[in-house]
Design a protein around this ligand. Structure first.
Ligand SMILES: NC(=O)c1ccc[n+]([C@@H]2O[C@H](COP(=O)([O-])OP(=O)(O)OC[C@H]3O[C@@H](n4cnc5c(N)ncnc54)[C@H](OP(=O)(O)O)[C@@H]3O)[C@@H](O)[C@H]2O)c1
Length: 312
């Protein structure tokens, strides 16, 4: 139990950060969970630009969290390629600030990284100790940040294609299901999609155990975005979706990869994370398939929609 402990979630307004915030608050494992925000407003969160060292130290000194779950980053692969300086200052120098501030206040840092630290040359799923060979700016910055966290005794959790339900209007993945209409999805590049609550549960378990080092956390299937999205669509009840007023029938089509500054940003064609380490050390953790995740997300959507219908 983490009774009496406190947690801080960076990037609480982001996709995975917002899911983590809610899940950690509802888990009952922490006496208090607070979040940080950047450009997007989040109720009760502290303003913290990760690139602003003073701001990072101010928030950490005030909150003095036991565990810090770090989601703030420039996570858009194409955007990192367009603005590598911003990607570096946020994804590397920002992490340096956080690592130093965590060290000062004695907080355990749990940092999310990515399968994009790897290329696609391995003939087997990548293990934690395999050599990183990132193909693009995003992967390079994330790999640099990993080194900073590991040198300070923190936890690096590499994940892949993280998808979860973050609320009807804020969710960049679910919005396409809810609003429907024609939607393009890439059908190249297979990966092990991860249900966001599984990632958050694993991060919390690692923090609770006081672990350190690298862990791979990913789902059990190897799919493209198109295949994953199709499975989600096929397994969320149309009867649930059709109760949402703005819902239109979804028509998925295969989207072609887009060029950035005249060239394709290199992405690994197939990158699979071997998750035997986390499964061995934490046999109670669950890693949902796309179909299982869809059923849970369908229930979450239905619940949220009912809440919106009821007078407060
Ligand atoms: N999503 C995935 O499939 C996936 C897979 C593997 C790993 N990850 C990792 O998971 C983490 C979260 O990803 P995500 O998909 O949730 O990304 P996201 O939705 O883009 O969220 C990123 C968050 O970072 C914040 N941020 C950006 N610049 C900042 C700065 N200078 N200071 C403080 N906060 C800043 C953003 O704030 P504003 O919104 O206010 O700008 C946002 O809250 C990232 O580290 C990413 O590398 C994601």
């Amino acid at each position: 139990m983490t009774d009496g402990l406190t947690a801080l979630v960076t990037g609480a307004g982001g996709y995975v950060g917002s899911i983590a915030m809610r899940q950690l608050q509802e888990s009952g494992k922490y006496a208090h969970v607070s979040g940080t925000m950047y450009r997007k407003h989040v109720d009760d969160a502290d303003l913290m630009d990760i690139t602003n060292r003073d701001q990072v130290f101010t928030v950490l000194r005030e909150k003095r969290p036991d565990h810090v779950f770090h989601f703030a980053a420039i996570s858009n692969v194409d955007y990192c390629e367009k603005d590598p300086d911003l990607a570096h200052s946020t994804n590397v120098e920002g992490v340096r600030n956080l690592v130093d501030a965590c060290k000062e206040v004695g907080a355990k840092l749990v940092h999310v990284s990515t399968d994009y630290v790897f290329d696609d040359k391995s003939t087997r799923p990548y293990m934690e100790f395999d050599t990183a060979r990132p193909l693009q700016v995003y992967g390079k910055t994330k790999h640099e940040s990993e080194e900073l966290v590991l040198n300070a005794g923190g936890i690096v959790v590499r994940s892949s294609g993280v998808v979860g339900y973050a609320g009807i209007h804020d969710d960049k993945f679910m919005k396409f299901l809810i609003k429907g209409g024609p939607q393009g999805m890439y059908n190249n590049g297979k990966k092990c999609f991860t249900f966001a609550p599984d990632l958050v549960a694993a991060m919390a378990a690692l923090a609770e155990k006081g672990a350190s080092g690298v862990y791979h956390v990913a789902g059990p299937e190897k799919l493209t975005w198109y295949e994953y999205a199709s499975t989600i669509r096929d397994n969320i009840e149309e009867s649930v979706l059709s109760r949402i007023p703005e819902h239109k029938q979804l028509k998925l089509f295969v989207k072609e990869p887009q060029a950035v500054n005249g060239h394709q940003v290199p992405r690994p064609e197939k990158v699979f994370l071997d998750t035997s380490k986390i499964r061995r050390e934490f046999p109670d953790l669950k890693f949902h398939t796309a179909q299982e995740a869809a059923l849970i997300m369908g229930e979450q959507i239905a619940r949220d929609y009912d809440i919106q219908l009821l007078p407060v």
